[in-house]
Ligand binder design. Structure first.
Ligand SMILES: Cc1cc2nc3c(=O)[nH]c(=O)nc-3n(C[C@H](O)[C@H](O)[C@H](O)COP(=O)(O)OP(=O)(O)OC[C@H]3O[C@@H](n4cnc5c(N)ncnc54)[C@H](O)[C@@H]3O)c2cc1C
Ligand SMILES: NC(=O)c1ccc[n+]([C@@H]2O[C@H](COP(=O)([O-])OP(=O)(O)OC[C@H]3O[C@@H](n4cnc5c(N)ncnc54)[C@H](OP(=O)(O)O)[C@@H]3O)[C@@H](O)[C@H]2O)c1
Length: 518
């Protein structure tokens, strides 16, 4: 990376403060010792200035909030607002980079997927031109991770099931060996994993293309590899980009197939096959066989996936533990597999070396500095991961503060992740309280919010004692837990729901209410 930072030109259509903000970001990007080589580590701007910066808002509402704002803010509103770092930036710095033209790829927002990529393209096409901003038909500037975060090689050790037999789920305790990697992490960090695609799917694509796996091609990340390596490591074959679908459409010999592909590329409502991966497109549209290089160049780069670190470095310094839900679903008669979760759960073998990087949380998702402060942790499913790390850390530090965990999953008999550890910690007092909600052990669904409501008075009293509240896990859960907490605060604090939301917002500013949802 060059270390000479370009500046946004004086005549670019930004206000003084926007220009300063973008220049600051670019400086951080170009100057390793300003931001530890990580644009994602640049501080997020104050939340109240960005009313759309709420991951639970749908796209249309985010865009409404941002209406009339300058291009960088419109672009930011199109992001998924998770600040997850998978793109190598935060939402605001990815937007700033696109607006400034230093980032060409519009497909980096993993949680926003095609919806975000399409909105970014639409905004750039329709909006006021901004400094050198261009569309993402060119290859993205950087290899993954886009941030240039220090990657190191970890060695896979194991991926043992955390569910008991008979479970509908497949959650794994993944252990990676970090010895010799030089990587350091803290409780609250996530680990970025660079997965490889499923080899059977890659082989089927190569066969469908009647191609030679050893043919060299230029990859979306700018490197030259064999076709086999390109499809295995460098290309997103699960969600073919609109550009790739357009190329298939333009090269389809059958006009009907071409039309259907074009409808898919343009995102027409009802266009089929919806959500198809590259293999399905090649199978359903056999006349679409573009020149190899054209197709490979149009695919989006395969992005890393993040996993919350589930152990404290004070206890497992040479290792990293993850809690990974293997994601599988069936679509049109074929079992589809999440790239990274199934790579870790099914395909990684002992001692396999894999590139990883440490991603710090954008918000202060860390155990409190004060060992005396009480903490309330709400983490159903894989959301338990960072709290295992927090609890290990508090035990190791001899922290005297009270610890309260809400955990939930489908069934107690098969899905009580880390049951032995958690119940032992409850017995020996590390966990002051452990409240569990098993959603499918009774006819009606019971979630952690129900347990929170049952403990309203106690929760309120902990909050008044200065408790820190952490929420981790799936996005919808995070949104519903926040709503439940606001209702509890309103009732216990005898205030309106608006005031209760303000109370939580204030806790958020103090770093006492922090969510890490995905
Ligand atoms: C900060 C952060 C921390 C995270 N921590 C954890 C963690 O501790 N543990 C954990 O397991 N995950 C965690 N995740 C999520 C993780 O990064 C991945 O997103 C997840 O494992 C899926 O990735 P994948 O590559 O396996 O699946 P992908 O190949 O990315 O496929 C997932 C996509 O497939 C589609 N899909 C999934 N299910 C279905 C379905 N039933 N029907 C149709 N389409 C479907 C959806 O489009 C979904 O986005 C975290 C994410 C972030 C941002
Ligand atoms: N497709 C797959 O194979 C697969 C497998 C595992 C995970 N995943 C995905 O991976 C992500 C994380 O999975 P996970 O294992 O951590 O957790 P999860 O599957 O989201 O579920 C954990 C627990 O939370 C409950 N829950 C669901 N919605 C909730 C809500 N709105 N509020 C509170 N609790 C809620 C679940 O209940 P119920 O499930 O009974 O509703 C379950 O008891 C999710 O996005 C999930 O979709 C996919």
């Amino acid at each position: 990376m060059s270390h000479i930072a370009p500046l946004v030109p004086e005549n670019a259509p930004f206000s003084g403060s926007e220009r300063a903000f973008i220049n600051g970001w670019i400086a951080a990007y170009y100057t390793p010792d300003i931001a530890g080589e990580l644009p994602a580590a640049a501080p997020a701007p104050p939340a109240e200035e960005f009313p759309w910066h709420d991951a639970s808002l749908p796209m249309d509402q985010r865009m409404e909030h941002a209406a009339g704002r300058p291009m960088p803010q419109l672009l930011m509103a199109a992001m998924a607002q998770q600040d997850c770092g998978q793109c190598g930036y935060l939402c605001h710095s990815y937007a700033a980079a696109i607006a400034a033209g230093t980032e060409k790829a519009l497909t980096r927002c993993v949680p926003g997927g095609k919806e975000t990529a399409r909105k970014l393209k639409e905004l750039l096409e329709s909006g006021t031109p901004v400094a050198a901003a261009t569309l993402a038909t060119a290859a993205p500037a950087a290899a993954v991770p886009a941030s240039g975060a220090a990657t190191a090689a970890a060695r896979f050790r194991s991926a043992l099931p955390l569910n008991r037999s008979g479970s509908a789920k497949d959650t794994r305790q993944v252990v990676l060996n970090l010895y010799g990697s030089g990587l350091r992490y803290e409780s609250g960090d996530s680990l970025g994993i660079m997965p490889t695609n499923c080899p059977e799917t890659v082989a089927a694509i190569i066969e469908a293309l009647s191609a030679n796996p050893n043919t060299d091609v230029d990859c979306p990340d700018g490197n030259r590899r064999s076709l086999l390596e390109a499809l295995s490591r460098a290309c997103d074959i699960g969600r073919p980009s609109d550009e790739a679908v357009e190329i298939l459409a333009s090269r389809a010999r059958d006009p009907e197939q071409s039309q259907k592909l074009q409808a898919l590329a343009e995102g027409y409502p009802g266009a089929e096959p919806e959500g198809a991966d590259l293999l399905e497109l090649l199978t359903v549209f056999p006349s679409a066989r573009p020149p190899l290089q054209e197709m490979i160049s149009a695919l989006a780069p395969l992005q890393p996936r993040l996993y919350s670190i589930a152990c404290s470095p004070l206890v497992h310094g040479g290792e990293v533990h993850l809690t990974v839900a293997a994601t599988r679903w069936e679509k049109r008669g074929r079992v589809r597999k999440g790239v990274a979760s199934c790579f870790l759960a099914e395909r990684a073998i002992a001692d396999l070396e894999m590139p990883v990087f440490v991603q710090p949380p954008p918000h202060p998702f860390r155990p409190p500095r004060s060992d005396d402060a009480p903490i309330i942790m709400i983490g159903p499913g894989t959301g338990i991961a960072p709290f295992r790390a927090f609890l290990q850390e508090r035990r190791e530090n001899g922290a005297k503060g009270r610890n309260w965990l809400f955990f939930g999953d489908q069934r107690r008999a098969t899905d009580f992740l880390y049951e032995e550890e958690l119940t032992a910690w409850q017995k020996d007092g590390l966990l002051t309280r452990l409240d569990v909600a098993f959603s499918r052990d009774q006819p009606e669904r019971i979630y952690v919010q129900q347990r929170m409501r049952e403990q309203s008075a106690r929760l309120w009293s902990w909050l008044n004692d200065g408790a820190y509240v952490y929420v981790c896990g799936a996005m919808a859960m995070g949104r519903d837990v926040e709503t439940a907490l606001a209702a509890i605060v309103a009732r216990q604090g005898r205030m309106g729901v608006g005031a209760a939301k303000g109370y939580l917002a204030q806790l958020g500013r103090e770093g006492r209410f922090v969510k890490d949802v995905y």
